[in-house]
Design a protein around this ligand. Structure first.
Ligand SMILES: Nc1nc2c(c(=O)[nH]1)N[C@H]1C(S)=C(S)[C@@H](COP(=O)(O)O)O[C@H]1N2
Ligand SMILES: [Mo]
Length: 431
């Protein structure tokens, strides 16, 4: 049988704009040759084997070290620092995960996004206590050492700030900023800790105890009311993040981790869980984190984050390296469960193809999706749209805006189109 000729442009297009079937690409003998442009660098001159020995192979290398750090060449991979009020409120500060430089689904601990309402407290972790009190039979307190003796669980979950992507809600947009600045307040980690139901059961929640008011040991008086069912259901008192103890930025020595719930409910440096019969209506929930709706009403207690996806490669302010082959790579997550599907369009939403998911697809965790694409060099819009296992579909910006008052920017989960210009520039657009 004749072998398939190499370097032919025999791509099965599965939707408009150059989207390619990934099975054909990786399993079907298709090679990335001359027609595909994403080929390796042609070798010229002497091979490495012929060349003189490099300096570093003739001497001993560096010795072992106690805690590894990234290669110095990767030093530019940093969180985007965002200080809305500058020196007027230096503690009130965020940092965005540089999604444009990451290719997996887990966020390295040093790059997990941060939101501090009053700065990262310089607390005494050895003295730190968590109190469980209020409507309980036995008020209890725990330090981190005591908690080490309890059974723990490890689960991968995303955390997303309710304000993430909110700048896309602006009528003065679309903002031309990189994806870490625009969408970086989402990260994904494996959280290990003690299930909260163990601790609440030990304290003995009384039948009238329906809510838990959680307070952190930092300045800004962040406090949230959490339904007892969530705390008892899948709430975790997290002590570890991707295997090591929590980073100070993430709430060391302990934080709440409420899978799928908006970031601010995941109280860091948590020091008090006060069991009550009704919510406290703290300023964090009545003032800061309630969405003004189109009809003038306020949506209070919108706990879960909506279904969402983002193309990270390419994304805003990147420059394409000419026409030819690319892999479009993207992230998707939902506060309601697993991601069921992500569709991608390379022609501004006229036609769609399913992206391939890079498993495991976990509940309320970030999933990476990929789809091959051959760009013909003409201007086009790349779009992705996620659906979760409950059937919820990521809305268009127009549909999202119609729900809310013009000023609202919280819980922004609309689809994100990226425009590829003829010059290969990538821009943020509203479709
Ligand atoms: N005690 C305390 N908990 C807090 C905050 C805070 O400022 N203080 N910020 C909240 C907000 S708004 C978010 S989005 C998440 C961010 O978690 P991270 O910084 O670990 O990413 O923590 C929440 N928990
Ligand atoms: Mo947040």
């Amino acid at each position: 049988m004749a072998r398939k000729p190499k370097n032919t442009f025999s791509v099965d297009h599965i939707a408009g704009g150059g989207l390619v079937d990934r099975c054909r690409l990786l399993g079907g003998g298709l090679t990335l040759g001359a027609g595909m442009a994403a080929s390796g660098i042609a070798m010229t001159g002497p091979t490495h084997a012929d060349a003189a020995l490099s300096e570093w192979v003739t001497q001993a290398g560096e010795t072992v070290r106690g805690y590894g750090v990234p290669a110095p060449e990767e030093g530019y991979v940093q969180r985007a620092l965002i200080r809305p009020y500058g020196d007027l409120a230096p503690g009130y500060s965020f940092s965005g995960t540089p999604l444009q430089y990451l290719r997996g689904s887990i966020t390295p601990n040093g790059l997990h996004f941060e939101v501090h309402h009053g700065g990262r407290p310089l607390l005494d972790a050895y003295d730190h206590r968590l109190m469980i009190h209020g409507l309980v039979d036995r008020p209890l307190q725990f330090d981190a050492a005591a908690l080490e003796r309890y059974p723990m669980v490890s689960n991968v979950h995303f955390l997303e700030c309710a304000g993430n992507s909110g700048r896309n809600a602006s009528e003065n947009g679309p903002p031309q900023i990189t994806i870490d600045q625009l969408h970086g307040l989402v990260s994904n980690a494996e959280w290990t800790g003690v299930p909260l139901n163990l601790l609440l059961d030990e304290a003995g929640v009384r039948p009238e105890g329906k809510w838990v008011i959680a307070i952190g040991d930092d300045g800004p008086g962040m406090a949230r009311s959490i339904p007892i069912e969530k705390m008892m259901g899948d709430g975790i008192l997290a002590l570890y993040q991707n295997g090591e103890r929590l980073r100070p930025e993430q709430g060391y020595p302990m934080r709440l981790l409420l899978p799928g719930y908006e970031g601010n409910m995941n109280v860091k440096w948590v020091t008090s869980l006060f069991v009550t019969g009704s919510p406290a209506h703290t300023k964090s929930e009545s003032g800061e984190y309630s969405e003004l709706l189109a009809d003038g009403q306020t949506a209070q207690f919108t706990f879960g984050m909506g279904v969402k996806s983002l193309i990270t490669h390419p994304s805003a302010l990147m420059t394409m390296q000419g026409p030819g082959f690319y892999e479009i790579s993207e992230l998707a997550w939902s506060g309601a469960g697993r991601i069921a599907r992500v569709e991608v369009s390379a022609d501004g939403g006229q036609s769609w193809a399913d992206a391939e998911l890079a498993g495991p697809v976990l509940s309320r965790a970030v999933t990476r999706f990929r789809i091959p694409w051959v760009w013909d060099g003409t201007p086009t819009d790349l779009v992705s749209r996620a659906t979760d296992e409950t059937g919820a579909v990521q809305p268009t910006r127009t549909a999202w805006k119609a729900k809310y008052a013009p000023s609202n920017f919280l819980h922004y989960n609309a689809i994100q189109p990226w425009r590829i210009t003829a010059q290969g520039e990538v821009e943020n657009v509203y479709l």
